[in-house]
Design a protein around this ligand. Structure first.
Ligand code: HMG
Ligand code: MG
Length: 306
């Protein structure tokens, strides 16, 4: 573990979460056909890690009720990791039924947010996920962990970062290949992000943690840059800046993949993603599907200023 690199990297990994984290909070409901076009379009644009959907209770998140159907009909490529979010054993079972090979498990570092999101205490969630991860490992699945509200909680305010580190350690011990640290309502500020990620990188190194930012207060890219400078090498993005968290008031938008990719490319850092193709997907989402997009770079491109 450890080993922080502050050299500018030649390449970073971008994990596209739009089809799950973006769409779960959208007013419009996409058909399975539309979701398939979105997912395949993102893969054609160069995305190699993509969160396709979640196996959660449809009463809680109706937008994800057709995830099994999406996986059934999706033509999967060997060089792409297609992720599904699962909250519990029941969700994992549904994922296994449709041949999912990569699952993401999640919990919050704030008790109140965890209760509102998955109706459990943090301790109960960890116990539950230990079992879920053991089954997933036995089945040979790749596992990703998420910790939410890492830089602050809309209900509880500041979050003790040592709790985030302990939960991250627990998820890695359960077999997660990486843990994505989520600023669920965009409460992080650049210097806080730099300092806390510095601590996390000292402990876990750049291959075991990812950064999942929201642009709620306009600090998404500034925080991404601080993360990059601190040594982070894996970033989540949501095409068009779609989404948020349905159980976190004010969680308006994930950091737009366009914004992130544009910033990285401008620094000469490769992502493998074609920015023009991403913009075309956002255009499809907004014009044909009626999605609400928050990406600043997309808005700028739409204004014809490029
Ligand atoms: P619960 O009501 O406590 O569940 O919900 P339960 O275990 O008491 O069971 C109640 C009913 O749910 C039963 O059915 C179960 O069979 C069913 P009934 O007997 O009433 O007919 N059930 C399920 N159905 C479908 N799929 C399942 C499942 N499990 C039980 N997997 C539960 C607990 C976890 C299911 C619920 O709270 C839930 O679905 N929560 C999901 C919330 C969610 O998806 N939130 C968004 C994702 S997290 C996020 O966005 C943050 C992140 O992106 C990071 C960031 O942005 O920072 C990761
Ligand atoms: Mg998010």
């Amino acid at each position: 573990m450890g080993g922080v690199s502050r050299e500018q990297p030649e390449e970073v990994t971008v994990v596209e979460v739009g089809p799950r984290d973006g769409l779960q909070n959208e007013r419009v409901r996409l058909t399975v056909e539309q979701k398939l076009r979105l997912i395949n379009g993102l893969v054609d644009a160069g995305v190699r890690n993509i969160e396709v959907g979640s196996f959660v209770h449809p009463r809680w998140i109706p937008q994800m009720a057709d995830t099994a159907e999406v996986f059934r009909r999706l033509e999967r490529r060997d060089d792409v990791r297609y992720w599904a979010l699962v909250p519990n054993a029941r969700g994992l079972e549904s994922a296994l039924e449709v041949g999912v090979s990569h699952v993401a498990v999640f919990l919050s570092s704030s008790e109140t947010h965890n209760r509102r999101n998955i109706n459990r205490t943090i301790a109960e969630s960890l116990e539950n996920l230990r079992e879920v991860c053991a089954t997933a490992r036995r089945e040979g699945l790749g596992i990703r962990g998420y910790v939410s509200t890492v830089f602050g909680c809309p209900y509880e305010g500041d979050v003790d970062f040592s709790r985030v580190m302990d939960i991250t350690t627990a998820l890695l011990e359960m077999g997660a290949c990486e843990v994505s640290l989520g600023d669920t309502t965009g409460m992080g500020t650049p210097l806080q992000v730099r300092d806390r990620l510095g601590q996390a990188l000292e402990r876990f190194g750049p291959d075991q943690i990812a950064l999942h930012l929201h642009d709620t207060r306009g600090l998404g890219l500034a925080n991404a840059l601080m993360g990059l400078e601190a040594g982070m090498r894996i970033f989540d993005g949501s095409v068009g800046g779609m989404g948020g968290c349905p159980y976190a008031p004010g969680a308006s938008g994930n950091l737009g993949t366009e914004d992130l990719v544009h910033m990285l490319h401008s620094a000469g850092i490769r992502t493998g993603i074609d920015l023009d193709r991403l913009l075309a997907i956002s255009q499809l989402l907004e014009n044909d599907y009626g999605a609400t997009l928050n990406s600043r770079f997309y808005r700028y491109a739409q204004a014809g200023a490029r």
